[in-house]
Design a protein around this ligand. Structure first.
Ligand code: NAD
Length: 503
């Protein structure tokens, strides 16, 4: 594993070109300035300016949407095997530049290399997986009747908009863009303003792999202008969005006039429920991993620990010791487990909950402080003695912050688990199979793991219920979103047609 100094030196080399030219938009295979001028992207590690970024607005979105529209027919009609080959070459390109992607992602977002070194490879896997699905994207069902052969086909919906957040931005972008391209859609991508670096690397890799100009376009900028314009654009047929729940509502409103199809992957306040009969050591490892890895800036994080009263003290004692031992540091230091939070704004939001917790009567059992003042570092934090009506139990904090809530009975655990606006994931720890079946049946979440941390399996449906989203990704579920079902009936003979106005 390379040292911090070696990583910094390599990063310096990778960033040199961005310091010189900034990050420009990419439309129809060409670099373009943003009509709103430029903005700066800031490193969360030391608040330094990384580079200037094109500030796209409605005019740039219009050009990108027209480019995606113009490129659509050729991409849609490209033989499936050709399309598959290009997507595999994108995966290979990502693998070849995995180190560059990982280092840039860490510097842009503050997330530790320990975790981000795998993110690029997961991005490649998203392309490889959906490359293999290309042929299936076209499959329809053939429904027989005596008079007609009914064929259902699927066609790509058209140019789509992809709007992504700043947490694990590379992986999440590939998670949307790979199936869209595999389905035969063209894309206008609006990455998060806080972390634009790796979206630029992705569009370069895709073009080098042979993606025709205009099939993937990247317009940088802010939600209220570039993002809004993308939702409103009449040539964009659907929006795949990942971000906050309240932004999800705006996406729906903004797309209403053009009857946009929306896929929303939104926030979470996910419970990990630990029963007294569970393998408590494994439950502890998983609970810690799911909230403190990736800085806790993950939608599927287990941010509420529901712990059975009979094992609470022993479990929390070990938990506190482990949380205090988590290594906070420079994201490019291979030993770092928690890096700085992504932006000043997000740092202010996360740290505000330290006071909110105290005011509401919870105990700050670990952390609850910032670290130094060079960047946006906070100590991994644990709140205990919480009740589920407190803000720290109801609101998505989106940092390395865990709220522990005790329960006595299974019924009480279920009531607490379901008592939030969200419903993305749930993690249940018990060795009682019947209880696991009963509990998961009633738990309000789109994805549940029993005796496991979150392990993503690409063909399975990914998505949330309640305020956590609408729609599913993964396997054929992705194609349900990016494609239209089309019915065609072929007459098998001369069946009777009712005559009107017969002479
Ligand atoms: P955000 O909603 O602030 O921004 C996400 C994206 O939307 C950015 O690109 C932003 O510029 C854009 N945007 C903002 N306003 C817009 C508007 N009016 N119209 C169009 N686009 C607009 O979210 P964030 O703070 O970047 O990301 C963190 C959030 O994302 C958390 O709530 C997290 O839970 C959620 N998230 C969910 C999932 C999931 O799979 N459910 C995955 C990752 C992150």
């Amino acid at each position: 594993m390379t040292s911090l100094d070696e990583n910094l030196k390599k990063l310096d080399g990778y960033l040199a070109r961005f310091r010189e030219t900034g990050i420009r938009n990419r439309i129809a295979g060409e670099d373009a300035d943003g009509s709103g001028g430029v903005f700066e992207t800031i490193s969360p590690v030391d608040r330094s300016v990384i580079c200037k970024v094109a500030h796209g607005t409605a005019g740039d979105i219009d050009r990108a949407a027209n480019a995606a529209h113009a490129a659509f027919a050729e991409w849609r009609d490209m033989p499936a095997l050709e399309r598959k080959k290009i997507l595999i070459r994108v995966a290979e390109g990502i693998e070849a530049r995995a180190e560059e992607i990982a280092l840039c992602e860490c510097w842009d977002t503050g997330q530790a290399l320990k975790f981000m070194s795998k993110a690029a490879l997961r991005g490649a896997e998203n392309f490889r997986y959906f490359a293999d699905q290309v042929v299936q994207a076209r499959d329809g069902q053939h429904l027989k009747s005596p008079t007609l052969m009914n064929v259902t086909t699927r066609v790509p919906i058209g140019p789509v908009g992809v709007i992504t957040p700043w947490n694990t931005p590379f992986m999440l972008s590939t998670w949307k863009i790979a199936p869209a391209l595999a389905a035969g859609c063209t894309v206008v991508h609006k990455p998060a303003e806080a972390s634009p670096l790796t979206a630029r690397l992705l569009v370069e890799i895709a073009e080098e792999a042979g993606l025709p100009p205009g099939v993937l376009n990247t317009v940088n900028g802010f939600g209220e202008d570039a993002g809004k314009a993308l939702c409103e654009h009449p040539k964009i047929k659907a929006i795949a969005f990942v971000g906050e729940s309240r932004t999800g509502s705006l996406i729906v409103k903004q797309g209403a006039d053009t009857l946009k199809r929306n896929h929303l992957e939104l926030g979470g306040k996910n419970p990990v429920i630990v029963f007294e009969d569970a393998d408590l050591d494994r439950a502890l490892d998983a609970a810690i991993f799911m909230i403190y890895s990736i800085n806790g800036e993950r939608c599927t994080s287990s941010s509420r620990l529901l712990i059975q009263e009979s094992v609470r003290d022993a479990f929390q004692e070990k938990l506190i010791a482990r949380v205090n031992a988590i290594k906070v540091g420079h994201p490019l230091d291979p030993a770092t487990e928690v890096g700085p939070l992504v932006t000043q704004e997000h740092f202010d939001k996360v740290t505000s909950y330290f006071d909110i917790a105290r005011q509401d009567g919870a105990t700050v059992a670990a952390g609850g402080e910032t670290v130094g003042d060079a960047g946006f570092f906070v100590k991994p934090t644990l709140f205990t003695d919480a009740t589920n009506d407190m803000r720290i139990a109801q609101e998505e904090i989106f940092g390395p912050v865990l709220t522990s809530i005790p329960f006595t009975t299974e019924e009480e655990a279920l009531r607490i688990a379901n008592d939030t606006p969200y419903g993305l994931t749930g993690y249940v720890w018990t060795n009682d199979l019947t209880r696991a079946l009963r509990f998961t049946d009633k738990l309000e979440a789109g994805m549940i793991w029993v005796n496991s941390e979150n392990v993503r399996h690409l063909p399975t449906p990914f998505g949330g219920v309640k305020a956590s989203g609408i729609g599913r990704d993964g396997g054929d579920f992705s194609f349900d979103f990016y494609m239209e079902q089309k019915h065609i009936g072929f007459a098998l003979g001369q069946h009777k047609i009712t005559k009107l106005g017969a002479l």
